[in-house]
Design a protein around this ligand. Structure first.
Ligand code: XMP
Length: 510
């Protein structure tokens, strides 16, 4: 399989670089710069290497460096931002600090003729974020782009196929940035672009069919996209040797537990055990008001529920985890199997004995997981669902949790989701839900006064959930959601819309 290596020097857009390569149907792998040598890069057959950006200055003693022999290894290299400066530094060029005239944000760019800029107009906009810049390119390199403040915005050694850009072609603010990456990957590295989801499914199924033959395999199913796709993929490989356990903690959305059970058991044919543990969880949560305490109690109770199930299932050989690529990068910097720090499964390995963990989705980004889910025949409702926190509605009932409050929240949440869907907005908003505050306010209904709960509507748009903005949901949609909720859900006397970004707020209220 042809692949591109994204060599990680600590930049903030590294995942985005890999995404851009994958969009060209070429597999991209992110590996920290100190975990792979030039010889290993060559031996692994990478078609090209992209040096990422990074927060450092190349002359700092502690800054990440890389053996210069990579530039002579015969593998095309593209350096981005810090990566570009590093190429210049490795080749003996001169880097300068542009303190006072550092560039940040959208900047006018002029490019010269070069294979990297094939089909790119001479002038355009690029996204800059730097203080240092290349003052003198190394011998054998020529300057192929500049901006008003940056005399060397891109450089290349055409013969050796080494390129560097001071700006960030991977972010959408850079006009023709995608084209530049395409030029590098498809033309300079000569990739064919034949990596598909079908290949992924077929290769994985064949691999696990062989690797897990005769093994007893356990998967903790949360009903979320990742664990569902991992389970269905493994089921395709090993059938009923895969045992899926779905713990319904009573903190799911309206009809969600039944939907997950029906789809996974009846439609997908999984060997599924559903544990209805609502009473256990609610009795443990009674009287608890602090969010972190709620999370801890839910995590601990999951372990206990699993301890009970484990007695029935006995020893298993393999545990399946729905770890996806961003989890691998964030939690382990590419290291071997990391247990996803997800509340649903965080404690599992302690209580269930197993020989190894398999993570069938560890190379995929979220949208690739969804694409694989669709190919595997998982219904769209499940594949495209928004993220849902492990502790579920427990962190959306502010303060003390009761079954009554959970039911009120479930009804209001279902109405809000329905109104968003009716307005055709599901694809535009990344997460949307309701929050039952513990604030009661006065109102009037008919001739009588009321004293009902205040319900908050929350809807956010985000790329990665690290930051988020509140969605500009049209007033008409908010109006119909508010009308329906106050009319149809008992005890809700007032509806408010949360207009806070993250930061300073978080997506969830608890
Ligand atoms: P915050 O509230 O931290 O949410 O801005 C960012 C994303 O994480 C989800 N979230 C959680 N997911 N367990 C989870 O599995 C949790 O305890 C938890 N808290 C927040 C949240 O829904 C959003 O998608």
């Amino acid at each position: 399989m042809e692949k591109i290596l994204v060599l990680d020097f600590g930049g903030q857009y590294n995942q985005l670089i890999a995404r851009r390569v994958r969009e060209l149907s070429v597999f991209a792998e992110i590996i920290p710069y100190n975990k792979i040598t030039p010889a290993e890069i060559k031996a692994a057959g990478y078609k090209g290497v992209i040096f990422t950006g990074g927060p450092n200055s190349v002359y700092d003693e502690s800054s990440p460096h890389y053996p210069a022999e990579i530039l002579d290894a015969g593998v095309p290299v593209l350096g981005i931002c810090y990566g570009c400066q590093l190429i210049a530094y490795m080749g003996g060029g001169e880097i300068c600090s542009a303190v006072g005239i550092s560039e940040y944000g959208k900047t006018g760019l002029t490019v010269k003729e070069s294979p990297l800029f094939d089909g790119v107009p001479e002038t355009g906009i690029c996204w800059m974020s730097h203080t240092d810049y290349v003052k003198t390119p190394p011998a054998g390199f020529e300057i192929i782009a500049f901006t008003d403040n940056c005399p060397c915005a891109a450089l290349c050694n055409k013969e050796k196929k080494i390129y560097g850009v001071q700006f960030h072609p991977e972010v959408t603010h850079t006009q023709y940035g995608r084209k530049m990456i395409e030029n590098f990957v498809m033309n300079i590295c000569s990739c064919a672009g034949d990596w598909t989801t079908d290949d992924f499914i077929e290769t994985s199924v064949n691999k696990y069919r062989e690797e897990l033959a005769g093994k007893k395999v356990l998967c903790a199913l949360s009903g979320g996209v990742d664990s569902s796709v991992a389970a269905v993929l493994l089921h395709k490989a090993i059938g009923s040797n895969l045992i899926c356990v779905f713990v319904d903690h009573g903190l799911l959305r309206k009809n969600e537990g039944d939907m997950v059970e029906r789809v996974m058991k009846e439609e997908m044919g999984l060997n599924l055990i559903r544990i209805n543990a609502e009473d256990r969880f609610l009795s443990k949560l009674a009287g608890v008001t602090k969010p972190e305490e709620k999370r801890k109690i839910i995590g601990a109770e999951f372990i206990r529920v699993f301890e009970d199930v484990a007695k029935d299932i006995g020893k298993v050989d393999v545990l399946v985890q729905g770890t996806i690529y961003p989890d691998v990068i964030e939690s382990g910097k590419g290291d071997a199997a990391v247990i996803k720090s997800h509340h649903n499964v965080g404690g599992l390995p302690d209580v269930i004995r197993f020989e190894k963990i398999v993570e069938p989705l560890r190379d995929l980004f979220k949208d690739e997981v969804r694409a694989a889910g669709r190919k595997l025949g998982i219904p769209e409702d499940l594949v495209s669902r928004q993220p849902f926190p492990g502790p579920g509605l427990a962190i959306r009932v502010i303060g003390e949790i009761t079954k009554e409050k959970l039911d009120i929240l479930r009804e209001s949440d279902a109405i809000f989701r329905e109104e968003i869907a009716n307005a055709g907005l599901t694809g535009e908003i990344n997460q949307y839900f309701t929050v039952l505050t513990n604030c009661r306010t006065v109102g009037v209904m008919g001739d009588a006064g009321t004293y009902g709960y205040t319900l908050a509507l929350r809807a956010v748009t985000t790329d990665d959930f690290m930051t988020a903005d509140w969605s500009r949901v049209p007033f008409d949609v908010l109006a119909s959601a508010s009308n329906r909720i106050t009319n149809e859900v008992r005890s809700i006397g007032r509806v408010v819309y949360d207009i806070t970004a993250k930061p300073p707020a978080t997506v969830e209220w608890e």
